[in-house]
Design a protein around this ligand. Structure first.
Ligand code: FPP
Length: 241
C-alpha cells in the first residue's frame, strides 16, 4: 500500500507547520486512565511528529504545549505537565542534537517555574547551532498575551522617542511578537475534533491553511501528519489575491 508520505510533493512542502495538540485528556478517559496518562502518551506523539517533520524536510514545527489558560487547570495537572515538559526537553537534548534539531520557545516564559526556565534555556542554548528543523514550543503562550505585550513594548519605544506612530505597520508589529524571525505558518493542524483556534498565533495565521482531524493527539502518528501535508498540497492558496 502506498503511504501518504510517498504522495507528498517534496518540492512544495509547507515551510512552517503549527499544531494544536488537543485530546490528551479524552484519549486517556476513553481508556479509563487519568489525564496525566494522556499527556505522557502525548509525548510519544511529539517525538514521532518531530521525527517525521525532520525526515521530510519541514523547516519549522510549532507545538502548542502549554497555553496561558492552562495555568488555571488543577495545580496537580499543571505540576505534572511542567515536569513532563521539562523532563522531556532535558532527556531529548542529545537526540535533538543528533538529528540537527534546534529548539526554540515562544510565550511568556517569565511565568515558568525557575528550574523549568533554566532547563529550557539550557536545551535552547545547546541546540542553537543546529541547522535542520526548528522545533518551536509554545509555552505559557496565548496570542492575546503576545499582542498585548507587543503593544506595550511599542508604546514604550514611542514614549522614549525611538519609534514614531507612523512607523507602525504589519512588519513592525511582527517584529515585536515572540515569533519574530519565524515565518508565518503555512499549515495549522488541530487534533481531537474541536474546530477552533483557541488563542494560538492569531496574528500569524492570517493566510494559514487550517486542518482539523478527529484523531486525539496521543493517537496522532506520522501517517496522520503526512495526510495533513498532502491535503495542504491539494489546496489552492491565494493570499487574498
Ligand atoms: C491538550 O490536551 C494538551 C495539552 C494541554 C498539553 C500538551 C502537552 C503534551 C503533549 C506533553 C508534552 C509536550 C512536549 C512538547 C514535550 P487536553 O488536556 O486539553 O485534552 P482534552 O481536551 O481531551 O481534555
Amino acid at each position: 500500500m502506498t503511504s501518504f508520505k510517498d504522495k507528498i510533493d517534496k518540492l512544495n512542502l509547507p515551510k512552517h507547520i503549527a499544531i494544536i495538540m488537543d485530546g490528551n485528556g479524552r484519549w486517556a478517559a476513553e481508556r479509563g486512565y487519568d489525564r496525566i496518562f494522556g499527556h505522557q502518551n502525548g509525548v510519544t506523539s511529539v517525538r514521532e511528529i518531530t521525527e517525521a517533520a525532520a525526515e521530510i524536510g519541514i523547516e519549522y514545527l510549532t507545538l502548542y504545549a502549554f497555553s496561558t489558560e492552562n495555568w488555571s487547570r488543577p495545580q496537580a495537572e499543571v505540576d505534572a505537565l511542567m515536569e513532563l515538559l521539562i523532563d522531556t526537553i532535558e532527556n531529548e537534548t542529545p537526540t535533538l542534537n543528533k538529528n540537527n534539531v534546534r529548539l526554540m520557545a515562544i510565550g511568556d516564559l517569565t511565568r515558568l517555574p525557575g528550574k523549568a526556565a533554566e532547563k529550557l534555556q539550557r536545551c535552547i542554548d545547546q541546540t542553537s547551532k543546529n541547522t535542520g528543523l526548528s522545533l518551536v514550543l509554545a509555552l505559557s503562550y496565548s496570542s492575546r498575551w503576545e499582542i498585548t505585550n507587543s503593544l506595550k513594548i511599542i508604546s514604550k519605544e514611542i514614549e522614549a522617542g525611538k519609534l514614531k506612530t507612523d512607523d507602525i505597520n504589519d512588519e513592525l508589529i511582527s517584529s515585536f511578537l515572540t515569533t519574530k524571525n519565524i515565518p508565518d505558518p503555512d499549515l495549522m493542524i488541530r487534533t481531537s475534533g474541536e474546530v477552533r483556534v483557541s488563542n494560538f498565533l492569531l496574528w500569524q495565521i492570517a493566510y494559514t491553511e487550517l486542518y482539523f482531524t478527529k484523531t486525539h493527539w496521543p493517537a496522532f502518528r506520522k501517517e496522520d501528519f503526512y495526510q495533513a501535508i498532502l491535503e495542504f498540497q491539494h489546496r489552492e492558496r491565494r493570499f487574498g489575491k
